[in-house]
Design a protein around this ligand. Structure first.
Ligand SMILES: Cc1cc2nc3c(=O)[nH]c(=O)nc-3n(C[C@H](O)[C@H](O)[C@H](O)COP(=O)(O)O)c2cc1C
Length: 171
């Protein structure tokens, strides 16, 4: 069973958006190998049609370059990347997305692919809290169905110091 088949078997029907890319980091960047149906709903595209495309198609005017540079930097170092980005749907609507992207290594330690968990978030009203999610809240409460499993994998949990320095973490 390949990594993509495994992801599809476990997360194909999941409420959380999942996208897998190859490990090609040189420009023009990684290519999508797999996306589940929730990723299609999140991005406003057919999740089969995005295979072969590059995730940068979702970027636009308000996608912060500094966050993308941090993204690139983390992936190049083989590290997890967790942050918020502004992305766009084909009809031009803008949305805020929380991305938790992780390197996937083969048994020999070689980088094989990247997998990203994504969910739409909205800004919380009032003072940012220091607890879970900080100033953003998940838009889709059905993600809670997976909450237990995602927590076990520490998905969407802040963990690295550099996250506090970029887009939306900390206060
Ligand atoms: C698995 C994976 C998922 C990604 N998903 C998104 C995404 O949803 N939106 C986005 O703007 N960039 C996403 N990216 C980041 C871009 O592919 C790219 O790595 C980023 O723009 C930094 O590269 P650059 O410096 O060439 O722009 C994703 C990357 C990976 C590896």
């Amino acid at each position: 069973m390949t990594f993509v088949e495994l992801v599809h078997a476990f997360l194909g029907e999941a409420a959380v958006a999942v996208v897998v890319t190859d490990a090609q980091l040189d420009r023009p960047g990684p290519t999508i190998l797999y996306a589940n149906a929730a990723f299609g709903r999140l991005t406003g595209r057919d999740h089969i049609e995005v295979i072969g495309m590059r995730p940068c198609f979702m970027q636009g005017k308000e996608t912060r370059r500094v966050t993308l540079d941090a993204f690139h930097h983390a992936l190049s170092a083989g590290r997890r990347f967790h942050a918020f980005l502004t992305n766009y749907r084909p009809d031009g609507t803008r949305y805020r997305v929380e991305i938790d992207c992780r390197p996937f290594r083969g048994v020999d330690g070689r980088l094989v692919a990247f997998i990203a968990f994504q969910r739409e978030v909205i800004r919380r009203v009032g003072r940012p809290t220091s607890g879970e999610g900080g100033r953003y809240a998940s838009r889709d409460s059905s993600n809670n169905l997976l909450a237990h499993h995602l927590r076990a994998m520490r998905v969407f949990e802040p963990g690295l110091i550099f996250e506090r320095e970029i887009d939306g973490f900390g206060s």
